[in-house]
Ligand binder design. Structure first.
Ligand code: AMP
Ligand code: ZN
Length: 134
């Protein structure tokens, strides 16, 4: 169980990015329906919505509803929801017609990888040929 007393939740707020926190996390606001987004999928644990600045013809972000700042902040408790994110990626691949053609699922972690939003998100991109890398 997470709580202030465990120190884990507190550490995550402190580590939620450059000046960020759960309270002002843009993806938490989307999940809470306080900020508009083009939602592609939602269940009790995961939400997927279109990237506001798409870098590919299809660009959807898959996020756990629970605030987790980055891959670097994952704990054993997060294993199930991270697995669920990949199942949503599979579903998007199927519903959008890319199951056979292929798609990419990628995660930026930390400043040198270009992580800008410190709420774990999986970039689902599809619709054009791309090489390895970002
Ligand atoms: P990253 O660089 O991996 O942290 O990616 C953050 C992504 O979030 C970028 O591709 C942004 O275009 C996207 N983004 C930021 N704000 C929003 C928003 N309000 N709605 C949808 N996508 C967003
Ligand atoms: Zn968040």
């Amino acid at each position: 169980m997470r709580g202030i007393s465990s120190g884990v939740y507190y550490r995550r707020i402190i580590a939620a990015g450059s000046g960020g926190s759960v309270i002002d996390c843009v993806f938490c606001r989307i999940i809470a329906r306080q900020t508009a987004a083009d939602i592609e999928y939602e269940d009790a644990h995961v939400m997927a919505f279109k990237d506001i600045y798409p870098k590919a013809p299809v660009h959807v972000l898959i996020v756990p509803k629970r605030h987790i700042a980055s891959i670097a902040e994952l704990s054993d408790d997060d294993a199930e929801v991270i697995g669920r994110c990949f199942l949503v990626a599979r579903r998007l691949g199927e519903t959008k017609g890319f199951a056979d053609k292929g798609y990419r699922v990628s995660v930026n972690t930390g400043p040198e990888a270009g992580q800008v939003v410190y709420h774990v998100h999986f970039h689902f991109t599809a619709g054009r040929q791309r090489g390895h890398g970002a």
